[in-house]
Write a protein that binds this ligand. Structure first.
Ligand code: NAD
Length: 319
């Protein structure tokens, strides 16, 4: 099977490239490298089943051309830097909403009939029901990122129903692990590599979210592809439990101390948000997906601990 992975040079996209190649498929990674990294693709450079297209999804004719012959599109590209939306209100519109329209239009023109899509817990906004099920509404996201993803979900629904595209949409928890390009673990470790003695944390550390290890995220997406038979599905993809920022910061400091011999002091800020548009408490209800028989291997705290080990190994080794 030929699989086109948009955002293939990014964090989760690069793990998906590895997985589809290991399973013997042909993979085209499509990425403009605004956030992704070429080095994430180095392990596949000699694989004849792999091709990298450095291009922008805003360019519909290129997307259409590169998608020709694909059996499946895995659409991961987006602006994953949520805080950027408050400063530049068009960034999610371009790289999220319009890019997704172009992916769908290229699928229609190329008659590609299968789509896996990366949505997010951010579409729920500050939900009053926790854990939050897929049926929760009305949906009022509080970030431009969340608003864009909600628009993408709506557009996928319309394309799916009008053009016979089978779509699996996954509302991800916070994904953590190696190759990460952003997020609390990535930022904390990067800051300590620069300044090893003190870790300054945005917010008071009480923010709590569901964390899912990237290996479970990839397994979860592929499990749905193999086992969820509906033509259109939308499922939360999460692990059990939530983890707060205080736990993450202290665990990063502890593991950095072990890795480098310098145990940093952790200093918390004020307020319960890292940035404007940050949702201080998210907890996804994974019971709908559990009814299909899927369960993450690691709970939220285990995923965080494992990801910290992986990110420290990458960044301290790279230094
Ligand atoms: N990481 C998480 O915690 C998380 C949580 C919920 C949802 N998601 C979603 O999962 C997907 C992957 O996220 P990630 O964490 O791997 O982020 P990432 O930033 O590492 O990957 C996104 C990739 O998309 C590429 N890209 C962005 N705009 C593009 C464009 N216009 N044309 C071509 N390429 C473009 C970037 O260069 C990057 O490589 C995103 O859609 C994100 O919104 C991620």
């Amino acid at each position: 099977m030929k699989v086109m992975i948009t955002g293939g040079a990014g964090f989760i996209g690069s793990h998906l490239c590895a997985r589809f190649l290991n399973d013997g498929h042909q993979v085209v990674a499509f990425d403009n490298l605004i956030l992704g990294r070429r080095e994430h693709l180095f392990p596949f450079a000699k694989n004849t089943n792999f091709a990298f297209v450095e291009a922008d999804l805003i360019d519909l004719s290129t997307v259409r051309r590169e998608m020709a012959g694909a059996d499946l599109v895995v659409h991961m590209a987006a602006n994953s830097d949520i805080s950027q939306g408050a400063a530049r209100t068009d960034v999610d519109m371009q790289n999220g909403t319009i890019a997704t329209y172009n992916v769908l239009e290229a699928m229609r023109l190329n008659e590609v009939k299968q789509l896996l899509f990366a949505s997010t817990s951010a579409i729920y906004g500050e939900a009053s029901v926790k854990p939050t099920p897929e049926s929760y509404g009305p949906l009022f996201p509080i970030s431009f990122y969340g608003a864009s993803k909600l628009a993408c979900e709506a557009m996928i629904s319309a394309f799916s129903h009008n053009c016979g595209i089978k779509a699996w949409m996954y509302r991800f928890a916070n994904i953590v692990g190696s190759n990460s390009t952003h997020g609390a673990i990535h930022d904390f470790v990067a800051r300590l590599v620069k300044e090893p003695t003190t870790l300054n944390v945005l917010g008071n550390g009480t923010q709590r979210k569901s964390y899912l290890h990237v290996s479970d995220c990839v397994e979860g997406m592929l499990y749905g592809y193999a086992n969820v038979r509906e033509d259109f599905s939308c499922l939360n993809l999460a692990s059990e439990g939530v983890t707060n920022v205080r736990f993450i910061a202290e665990e990063v400091a502890r593991q950095m101390g072990e890795a480098t011999g310098v145990k940093p002091q952790v200093v918390f800020g004020e307020g319960d948000r890292g940035w404007v548009g940050d949702v201080p408490y998210t907890h996804l209800d994974g019971s709908a997906y559990a009814r299909y028989g899927w369960k993450a291997r690691m709970n939220s705290d285990e995923a965080v601990r494992q990801a910290i080990r992986e990110v420290i190994a990458e960044k301290v080794a790279r230094k």
